[in-house]
Design a protein around this ligand. Structure first.
Ligand SMILES: [Zn+2]
Length: 100
């Protein structure tokens, strides 16, 4: 167990991964499980963001999104908020869904 809580993903849409596990799509935000709003302050209920407690918010500002990516936009405010926590920055992002 890590001492700091890991932010999960809340996204505006979802896609089914190869293994049937939901993956976030559309606009993604960081969300701490148990809270009812994103790190940037959007209320989940009013914005209809879907929660992905099984998907850690491991995005970084240097991630390159392609047309094949279901994720269209990463919230910059959530990136800043998540990156500021703990002061540790990930160097790479392990993709959970391999490309076909
Ligand atoms: Zn956000």
């Amino acid at each position: 167990m890590r001492l700091t809580r890991t932010a999960a993903v809340a996204a505006s849409s979802e896609v089914a991964g190869d293994d049937g596990v939901r993956q976030p799509g559309g606009e993604v935000h960081a969300w701490l499980p148990g809270q009812n709003q994103t790190l940037c302050g959007l209320p989940l209920s009013r914005t209809r963001l879907r929660r992905f407690p099984h998907v850690p918010f491991d995005y970084s500002a240097t991630d390159q999104l392609t047309g094949a990516d279901p994720v269209g936009r990463i919230c910059p405010r959530c990136l800043a908020a998540a990156g500021g926590r703990g002061g540790r920055r990930r160097q790479s992002w392990d993709r959970h869904s391999p490309r076909p």
